[in-house]
Write a protein of this length. Structure first.
Length: 90
């Protein structure tokens, strides 16, 4: 029963992140899942790993897009549109 919670938890994390393309989410989920399987993680260890793995990638995307927007000196609605587009592409 516990093993069923891990995929649902990971999917909930992916779908709660707004502005990210579904294909990118699915790919990252597969990558993190494969890494967790390679390390033979189970239970709480696997949940913690998956959470960290998925969060790290999202934070990296945000930092990169934010830096790009700052370099281009974007503000207001232009910045919002750029960030949305940037996060969807990566």
């Amino acid at each position: 029963m516990k093993m069923l919670h891990v995929p649902f938890l990971a999917l909930a994390v992916l779908f709660s992140a707004q502005g990210f393309a579904a294909t990118a989410q699915q790919q990252k989920m597969k990558t993190c899942n494969a890494e967790a399987t390679e390390q033979t993680l189970k239970g709480d260890e696997r949940k913690a790993f998956m959470s960290k793995c998925l969060k790290t990638t999202q934070q990296e995307k945000m930092k990169t897009c934010n830096a790009d927007a700052t370099t281009k000196a974007l503000k207001g609605d232009e910045r919002k549109a750029f960030m949305s587009d940037c996060l969807k592409k990566k």
